[in-house]
Design a protein around this ligand. Structure first.
Ligand code: GAR
Length: 208
């Protein structure tokens, strides 16, 4: 089967990146990671890429005088590497409308809750799980969605539920949700590899 060419953008530890690498290496995912990009030079995600002989690039807005120059460089990297799908994996920066339009319906993100709940500005990482516990929700989950110009808003590709336990702390809940993220993200990427993702009127339909 054809291998879909990925760029993975990550800002932190990169356990989602690692799960994608592992699933590719185990033959469960028909993809090739052409490049890993991080805004944070110290992100462990870059180290993970190097360990697997994947090209790693530190690219931050701070390296450029204008946002436009950053976008130009990012799009150049995508083009040079013939990127077919951009995978945000704990990437804590917002992509500009220019980049989103250039890769319309070809940028995906993973969010550690069931969108449209517990999403939006300030809702990332541990803050999401704190909010879920504060609301007293009994179920949370994982969402993989297309990235559009509104934060945490693009059409949903896949979701999976994760139970909230009475004794959970934000950390124990985050760990349980993360395990599901590691399965669901690769499954969603595989749908793109198999060209099963169709977008119509801002809804995603999965071809059988
Ligand atoms: C993941 O839980 C991901 O869902 C979350 O950041 C974590 C990154 O972990 N993303 C967001 O909250 C986006 N709004 P990782 O670096 O170990 O993959």
């Amino acid at each position: 089967m054809k291998k879909i060419k990925l760029a993975v953008l990550a800002s932190g530890g990169g356990t989602n990146l690692q799960s994608i690498i592992d699933n590719i290496e185990a033959g469960r995912l028909s993809a090739e990671i052409k490049v890993v990009i991080s805004n944070n030079s110290k992100a462990y995600a870059l180290e993970r890429a190097r360990k697997h002989n994947i090209k790693d690039i530190h690219l931050s807005h701070k390296m450029f005088e204008t946002k436009e120059e950053f976008d130009e460089k990012l799009l150049e990297i995508f083009k040079e590497n013939q990127i077919e799908l951009v995978v945000l994996a704990g990437y804590m920066k917002i992509l500009s409308p220019t980049v989103i339009r250039a890769y319309k319906n070809r940028i995906i993100n993973i969010h550690p809750a069931l969108l449209p709940h517990f999403g939006g500005k300030g809702m990332y990482g541990i803050h999401v799980h704190e909010a879920v516990l504060k609301a007293g929700a009994k179920v949370t989950g994982v969402t993989v969605h297309l990235v559009d110009e509104v934060y945490d808003h693009g059409a949903i590709i896949a979701q999976r539920c994760v139970p909230v336990e009475d004794q959970d702390t934000p950390e124990t809940l985050a760990a349980r949700v993360l395990k599901t993220e590691h399965q669901l993200y690769s499954e969603a990427i595989q749908l793109f590899a198999e060209e099963k993702v169709e977008v119509k009127d801002n809804r995603v339909y999965i071809k059988k």
